[in-house]
Design a protein around this ligand. Structure first.
Ligand code: ATP
Ligand code: MG
Length: 322
């Protein structure tokens, strides 16, 4: 069922620069969570801290009853095998073929024979739609193919936790839809907890079970998708609706003059909450809940027209296909 990751009071600084402080959230086992935030708010740093590549200054990260921040390097090495990570830049080895890139974690971390490795690599490359490209070098393929090769590599050790950093940056809308569908299908098929960092609002609105927003050195909100999509909290509302009116400015925070100039401007109404992206074979999602259940349980009236369509439908933002 994947594992739960309980983060409590996590703080990360580099020298005198605080990246974020006191981040507390639980990634529920087997669910898909998305982390949003303006550029530079430390989303990639958060993923790297979760896998133990960066040490936090304070706080804990508890998985299976063990606090990762207190483990010795040898134990951390073991715990890291629970994770599959797709880094923002793909991080493929440029001089290795896609096959060897995808096989790398198996050769590094397991004693599997080359025949077993071939079976696994072939299966994962097929899963991400890269059959036939095994012999190519990363420099010879498109950005989208590199992303998918990175994803195949993140999957070979059958991770309990998948951390995925901007899978859709640089992808065209159709490929983004395919990769989103792949995540939802994978989540239904494999026992893993997903955390996806994205800047794509349609992805954020339709793919996850939970949404988080990092803003101004802290976690502004984290919770069920319907909670954030119906939220009137200014930063959450602005970000999830891709609006210019609100506290977030071009260089992250607006100054008092800019905010004063906006005061009195009417905010557009919250758009309808779309249905979650379904699996392609019609199986229920792993953590499927009835549409609107969170709103009902919490006495929140969702925006008019909610849960009627799969189209995230944010004006000016592209439309989900398929
Ligand atoms: N190893 C490091 N040493 C010092 N500072 C770092 C290091 N890694 C990241 N930072 C700083 O931490 C901040 C957050 O960086 P991060 O890459 O996590 O942002 P992000 O939210 O992922 O942004 P984007 O959306 O553009 O990918 C930045 O100011 C960056 O310069
Ligand atoms: Mg980043």
């Amino acid at each position: 069922m994947g594992v739960e990751i309980a983060v409590t009071g996590l703080t990360k600084t580099f020298g005198s620069q605080t990246i974020w402080r006191d981040v507390t959230l639980t990634l529920p086992a087997g669910e898909i969570s998305v982390m949003l935030g303006p550029s530079g708010t430390g989303k990639s740093v958060f993923l790297k801290t979760l896998v133990g590549l960066l040490k936090p200054d304070a706080g804990s990260i508890v998985i299976n009853g063990r606090d990762l921040t207190r483990l010795r390097e040898a134990d951390l090495y073991e715990v890291r095998k629970l994770f599959g990570v797709l880094f923002q830049d793909g991080a493929l080895f440029g001089s290795m073929t896609l096959y060897d890139n995808v096989a790398f974690p198996l050769r590094e971390h397991t004693k599997k024979t080359e025949a077993e490795i071939r079976r696994i690599v072939t299966e994962k490359m097929e899963l991400v739609g890269l059959s036939g490209a095994e012999g190519k070098l990363p420099g010879e393929i498109s950005g989208g193919m590199r992303k998918r090769a990175g994803l195949a590599r993140a999957l070979v050790l059958d991770p309990e936790i998948l951390l995925i950093d901007e899978p859709d940056s640089g992808l065209d809308p159709v490929r983004t839809s395919y990769i989103n569908q792949l995540f939802v299908d994978l989540n239904a098929q494999i026992d893993a907890t997903f955390l996806i960092v994205t800047h794509d609002i349609n992805t954020a609105r339709t793919v996850p079970d939970n949404i988080g927003l990092l803003y101004h050195k802290h976690l502004a909100m984290f919770g069920p998708r319907e909670m954030l999509l119906s939220s009137e909290e200014p930063v959450v509302r602005q970000f999830l609706n891709a609006q210019t009116i609100g506290p977030i400015g071009m260089s992250e925070e607006k100054d008092a003059d800019e905010l004063a100039a906006e005061s009195g401007q009417e905010l557009p109404p919250l758009p309808p909450i779309a249905l979650q992206l379904a699996t392609s074979d019609g199986q229920p999602r792993r953590a499927e809940r009835p549409a609107g259940a969170w709103c009902r349980d919490n006495g929140v009236t969702p925006p008019p027209g909610s849960f009627e369509s799969r189209n995230a439908g944010i004006p000016g933002v592209r439309v989900e296909v398929g």
